[in-house]
Design a protein around this ligand. Structure first.
Ligand SMILES: [Zn+2]
Length: 401
């Protein structure tokens, strides 16, 4: 007995196309089989038809599986008609047909299952946190596609011990957005931004006041002291928000089992420059900005790996079909411009999703993101809440401090 693992995988233009290509092979098999019976009185066998009907859009073994499926239903009809005189042979043409992948068409790469569709064709890539199955069938459930993987009884799908990876996109509106293949988290950055803006305004306003006073006057000294005091207070508030938020994100990802963070980096300074260990660290921290720096040291302290990855086009590329938009998306939603895709989803999650894909070398391929694009969970700064202390305790314990 084989063991089975079922996963729903949504609906994408790529899946539709594959199912249709299988429908074409199945239908061609059916038509030529019955035509040969009618005209020549010969009942062909699978071997003949497999050589006859191939597809340029499918892996050779996937096309063979469509031919075999026709013969399987023919065989079951022959068996049934012995007891059931009303049994009918398979005669219906099919526009779509199930897509079957044999073991030879599959490979795994860091929690993705790569299903080959033959030379020169885009492979089908599924998020697959389990081991490599024996065969995999994709079928339509009526509302979306599902993948049915079979395993030998000895090797039931166990979650791969491989690394769980989260992509992280840093930004203005959102301090950071993460995506780990299952869940997305958003660190809201509005409060931080408003504090920074207020800080700039305050500096300008106070400087103007100070300049109006005579140099060395008591009023001027008093104003300078007051300016320093106010700025210090703001600086502490900003620091506090950054600390609480980054701690929350890192501890949440750690709880979810993430082992590697991949942070998007426009400048990719670390790859380009090597200026010695000590200076590398300085440079590294500087290019990170304070959020990047905090995320990095908090993650590394509890044993998570942190990688930088260049992030060109990650915010413009559709996660489902891999098509790149000409202009960055406007507004809160990402809308794919490809005619038969039109995928729509949270704009902020797209960047983090694609950074993760870049790291795993699946960027720009089409993805099945049914579960992967679940509604992101927002995290905002909570003043007076006990959150900061709780997260700090968790992180310290995880770090063994
Ligand atoms: Zn698309």
């Amino acid at each position: 007995m084989y063991q089975i693992k079922r996963v729903t995988i949504g609906k994408t233009p790529q899946l539709d196309e594959l199912a249709h290509a299988c429908g074409e092979v199945y239908t061609a098999t059916l038509v030529s089989f019955w035509r040969t019976v009618r005209k020549k009185g010969i009942w062909l066998n699978p071997k003949h038809l497999m050589r006859w009907h191939t597809s340029t859009k499918l892996h050779a073994h996937t096309a063979d599986a469509c031919v075999q499926a026709f013969f399987a239903s023919l065989k079951s009809w022959r068996k049934r008609r012995k007891t059931d005189p009303t049994a009918k042979p398979p005669r219906r043409r099919k526009w779509y047909f199930r897509v079957e992948y044999k073991h030879s068409a599959m490979s795994m790469k860091e929690n993705t299952l790569i299903l080959s569709n033959g030379k020169g064709n885009e492979p089908l890539v599924l998020d697959w946190p389990w081991t490599l199955p024996q065969t995999l069938v994709i079928r339509w459930t009526g509302t979306q596609y599902e993948a049915i993987a079979t395993y030998e009884p000895c090797c039931f799908p166990v979650p791969e011990t491989g690394k769980k990876i989260a992509g992280i996109d840093l930004g203005e509106v959102h301090m950071a957005v993460s995506h780990d293949g299952e869940q997305a988290y958003i660190l809201n950055g509005r409060l931080l931004r408003s504090k920074r803006q207020y800080r700039n305004k305050l500096i300008a306003k106070l400087n103007k006041k100070i300049d109006a006073k005579k140099k060395g006057s008591r009023r001027r000294k008093k104003l300078i002291r007051s300016k320093q005091k106010q700025l210090k207070k703001l600086k502490n508030q900003i620091k506090e928000i950054e600390h609480q938020s980054t701690s929350r994100l890192i501890s949440t990802l750690h709880r979810d089992g993430v082992q590697t963070l991949v942070i998007g980096d426009v400048r990719s300074i670390r790859q380009d420059l090597d200026v010695g260990t000590k200076n590398n660290q300085k440079l590294h921290q500087w290019s990170f900005g304070s959020i990047r720096h905090k995320l990095t040291y908090k993650a590394e302290r509890i044993g998570m790996g942190v990688e930088l990855h260049e992030e060109t086009y990650t915010s413009k590329t559709c996660p489902v079909c891999g098509k790149r938009r000409k202009r960055p998306p406007e507004g809160r939603n990402f809308q794919c411009t490809k005619k038969d895709c039109k995928w729509k989803g949270h704009r902020d999650v797209v960047g983090a999703f694609n950074i993760r894909a870049k790291y795993r070398e699946t960027f720009g391929h089409s993805h099945v993101v049914g579960v992967g694009m679940a509604t992101p969970i927002g995290m905002r700064y909570m003043p007076h809440a006990d959150v900061a202390r709780k997260e700090e305790v968790y992180l310290r314990e995880a770090a063994g401090l």
